[in-house]
Design a binder for this molecule. Structure first.
Ligand SMILES: [Zn+2]
Ligand SMILES: [Zn+2]
Length: 123
């Protein structure tokens, strides 16, 4: 009998809510941006014990344990071989999401992605 486990999952949140403001529907805004459109990523608990991460802008979504299933941190590149051909090996592209330190009228996004999170190093 596993009914208890199943019904219990809805009652308790399990993970600690990092963003109290986003409470209500169990929705959490993640400090990550979409790898497709750089929109803000949000997540909510999934039935399988993982989370459903989705873009609040274009709707790209995936189930996983980390925002990188849809955010820019998960961008992968094909690793180049010595002979110049591309292999099937995927390597981390080095792109990371981070808070936008230079919020401006032209670029008002609160979170952005850049190579190695370079912008965060202070410019
Ligand atoms: Zn998007
Ligand atoms: Zn990210």
């Amino acid at each position: 009998m596993s009914f208890d486990e199943f019904s219990g999952a809805q009652g308790q949140a399990g993970a600690v809510e990092k963003h109290p403001r986003a409470r209500g529907r169990g929705l959490t805004l993640e400090p990550h941006v979409c790898r497709s459109c750089f929109g803000r990523i949000a997540s909510e608990p999934d039935q399988g014990g993982e989370r459903r991460y989705f873009c609040t802008s274009c709707g790209l979504e995936a189930i996983g344990s980390k925002p990188s299933v849809v955010c820019s941190c998960g961008i992968k590149l094909r690793k180049a071989k010595g002979d110049g051909r591309t292999s099937v090996t995927l390597v981390d592209a080095g792109v990371r999401c981070h808070p936008n330190k230079q919020v401006s009228p032209e670029f008002p996004a609160l979170f952005v992605a850049s190579y190695g999170g370079a912008q965060a190093e202070g410019a």
